[in-house]
Design a protein. Structure first.
Ligand SMILES: [Zn+2]
Length: 305
């Protein structure tokens, strides 16, 4: 298989390939190091190293693996299982549950499936990290704190639209500690392409944003933008309740927002093989994560290569 080779296959073909552990190692190796192995420790590049799971650097002598320093760091499971998890995720929108993943992969432990689902949700961040353009409705929502003793969980949202009431399907949501002009400015800077038209419902606390990043800001005095946002927030609340999320620290996590955004956005990516590679690439772009990261109590770090 040549370097940089993109997947071009049907369900049956890729199903067979994923049973081949060596193919999985080679494919991930080429996604991670398309121009040849780069030592995660010293940065030394070796273009002639063939794709293998374990590599010893000729310069510093340290041993690394194709998953070292990534979201899959220290995983003892076969790589083919991770490939199957990603493929399963792509084909089971919007019915993703930890129990189903556990059954699909044959894990005896629910905890292992919980960790894997958390990592998959992190990989889905690539869709939230994309930018919306054109007409973008920006708003905010919240979920009540659990058991009546925690603060509400706030989030900001951007909905890419063709015209008011007609969405493209691209939705971005980000967890924030509070909804104000500062958090909204940071969110818009990250998620809205400069030069876009940003529509803000008039009831929001950040309608003073008018001259940032070359965007045109419109305060929507009709109920159109507000209705779009209210519908989406209601969908999210119902979905969240239906999933019966009970994260260990009772926090709304960014991973849960990622999953909901992916459900809204998945139809924009009809090429499942390309999507598969994008999710694999996302998984190796993150560094190792702890259970605290997966439960939303801490932010994950980017990987080194
Ligand atoms: Zn090295």
């Amino acid at each position: 298989m040549s370097r940089n080779a993109a997947l071009s296959c049907d369900d049956h073909e890729i199903g067979n390939l994923m049973n081949d552990e060596q193919w999985c190692v080679g494919h991930l190796f080429n996604l991670r190091w398309p121009d040849g192995f780069v030592c995660p420790f010293c940065g030394h590049r070796e273009r002639t190293v063939q794709p293998v799971r374990k590599i010893t650097c000729r310069l510093c002598g340290r041993l690394s693996t194709v998953t070292s320093g990534t979201l899959l760091h220290s995983s003892k499971k076969q790589l083919s299982l991770w490939f199957k998890a990603v493929w399963w995720l792509i084909h089971n929108v919007p019915d993703l549950t930890i129990t189903l993943l556990q059954k699909e992969l044959g894990f005896a432990s629910y905890q292992t499936a919980w960790i894997w689902m958390g990592k998959l949700r992190l990989a889905l961040q690539i869709f939230v990290n994309e930018v919306s353009s054109g007409t973008v409705i920006v708003g905010a929502g919240s979920l009540p704190g659990k058991r009546g003793r925690l603060e509400p969980h706030h989030f900001l949202m951007a909905v890419e639209s063709i015209a008011c009431g007609r969405m493209t399907g691209r939705v971005q949501m980000a967890r924030v500690d509070s909804v104000d002009a500062l958090s909204a400015a940071g969110f818009i800077k990250k998620h809205v392409r400069p030069g876009s038209t940003v529509v803000l419902p008039e009831c929001l606390p950040f309608t003073s944003l008018t001259d940032m990043a070359g965007n045109l800001y419109i305060i929507d005095e009709s109920e159109c933008a507000g209705t779009v946002l209210d519908d989406l927030i209601q969908q999210f609340s119902l979905w969240y309740e239906r999933k019966k999320y009970r994260p260990v620290n009772l926090q709304l996590t960014q991973g849960q927002l990622n999953e909901f955004c992916f459900i809204q956005t998945a139809h924009l990516y009809p090429d499942k093989c390309r999507l598969f590679d994008r999710l694999l690439a996302a998984a190796i772009s993150y560094g190792p994560v702890s259970a605290e990261c997966l439960s939303g109590a801490a932010q994950p770090e980017r990987g080194r290569s």
